[in-house]
Structure formats: C-alpha cells, structure tokens
Design a protein around this ligand. Sequence first.
Ligand SMILES: NC(=O)c1ccc[n+]([C@@H]2O[C@H](COP(=O)([O-])OP(=O)(O)OC[C@H]3O[C@@H](n4cnc5c(N)ncnc54)[C@H](OP(=O)(O)O)[C@@H]3O)[C@@H](O)[C@H]2O)c1
Length: 256
Amino acid sequence: MSTRVLVTGASRGIGRAIALRLSKNAQVIALVRKDGDARALADASGGRIGSLMLDLADRIARALVVADAERSFGPIDGLVHAAGLGEHRPLEAVDHAQLDARLELDVLAGVDLARDLARSLRARRAPGSLLFVSSTLAERPAPTTSVYAITKGAVSSMTRALAIELAPDRIRVNALAPGVIDTEMVRAPRLAPGEPMPEGEARKAREDAQIAELAKLHPLGRVGTVQELADAAAFLLEAPFATGTILTLDGGLSLG
Ligand SMILES: NC(=O)c1ccc[n+]([C@@H]2O[C@H](COP(=O)([O-])OP(=O)(O)OC[C@H]3O[C@@H](n4cnc5c(N)ncnc54)[C@H](OP(=O)(O)O)[C@@H]3O)[C@@H](O)[C@H]2O)c1
C-alpha cells in the first residue's frame, strides 16, 4: 500500500479528487501553484494533505521537488501525475509554443518526476507505484485534438516503457485513459473565432449545453465524474498485480 503519495494537478478537477480520495488512506503531498490551493486542500482533507508550491513547467524547480518533498514529509512511494492543459486547436493554429507547453507538462515533467522518485525508491530498495493520466484521445483522436493526442499518446507509451523497465525494482507504472470528465478543462466554452466569452448565467448555460453535447458521444449517455476517476486511481495505485495497465474509463466512448 502506498503510504506517501505525490500528486500533481491537485488544485482542481481530476487531480484534486484523486488527492482527496487517496488522503483517506495515505499521506498526500500536493504539488500546487497557489498558496490558497494549498490551504484549501489542507482544510478539505482535515490536514491530511500537505503541499509544495511548484510550477511544473519550471525545470529547475522540478528537479528539486522529489528530494524537497522527502525532506519535508518523509519517504515517498507513490506518484500521480494529473496536471494537464486542455486547449484544442485546428492544425493551422497549432504552433511550437502550444506543442512545447503540452510536452513539457505531460511528458517531460512526467519523466522527470518518475525518474527522481524511481531513483529514491531504488536507493531504499522500496516498492513504488506511479500513475499517469492519458486519454481515450490517444487512441481515438477527434478533429482539432492533434496536440492532445500526440502528448497523451506519449504518456501511454511512457507508461508501458517505464512499467517494463521498473518492474524488476517492484515499481509499478499504470495510467488512466478517461473519456470526457466534467471538469473546468472541458467546461471552458469553446468559442468561435472573435466570439466574446459569455458571462454569469449565460456562461453557465453555455457550459451545461457543451457538457450535454459531449455526453451524447458516450454510449452510456453521460460524461464521467471526478469521483469515478478518483476511485479508479486509488484502485490502480494499490493493485499489486497491475503494471503497464492503461485503464479506459469512458462510458463506452471508444467503442463507437
Ligand atoms: N477532463 C477530461 O475530460 C479529461 C479527459 C482525459 C484526460 N484528462 C487529463 O486529466 C488530467 C486532469 O485534467 P482536469 O480535467 O482535471 O483538468 P483541470 O481541471 O483543467 O486541472 C488542470 C490541473 O493541472 C494543473 N496545472 C496546469 N499547468 C500546470 C503547471 N504548469 N504547473 C503545475 N500545475 C499545472 C492546474 O493547476 P492550476 O489550478 O494552478 O492551474 C490544475 O490543477 C490532465 O492531464 C488531462 O489532460 C482530462
């Protein structure tokens, strides 16, 4: 069982739900960017979630964070990398800045955290468990999702490659592949060029309509919840015979 778990993306959405779920049985160290998020997580978990402040795009700060976390909280044996960016663009609007930002967060930060934690686990001869968040879009892309599909495809490949490499050290590596989950990432209104952002009630109505449209893509007729993802994350993080598993949770989306 993981006793001390590092969770990225814990300020909101899927990462926050995972952090709160895991905090029932383990000590969670959240990597967040804002002081207020750290306080909110501590309050919501009854003090079971501690935090470190980190912009995951900052390579220098990132290189120190596993050692910092272990110095402040004790040896770590679990990692959930749930931070992510969700903007979709048609190919003609894709540029290196968007590609770089997504690769930096999904892939390079994931590799760095995994390598630094694996190094620490090996030095202690301790077993460990790593969990990444891929997407059904890695295997079943849709128009305008090329950058997302590229980076999530890399996350799935990274999961399998690290699983085989780290298995002899009893370090398991798995991933979740969600369909659409109701978070800010998918609620953010997808505007036509030049369209102003709706405000107040109009924005809420627009978000609900967008979620209702996305729900229709799923054979089960709805999008997923962050609690469903958090339960699956807790299962995979602890499942002793699971490694290299990419668990699809998508209401049947990828069957169509
Ligand atoms: N929602 C879905 O339908 C869906 C489906 C498949 C896969 N996923 C994946 O699931 C993961 C979580 O998505 P979500 O829907 O929960 O997204 P979200 O609600 O938009 O949350 C994104 C999280 O990533 C953090 N983050 C972004 N850039 C960061 C950076 N440079 N440094 C540190 N933290 C950073 C955000 O922190 P701040 O609050 O500080 O911005 C936030 O905690 C992502 O990898 C996403 O690609 C989501």
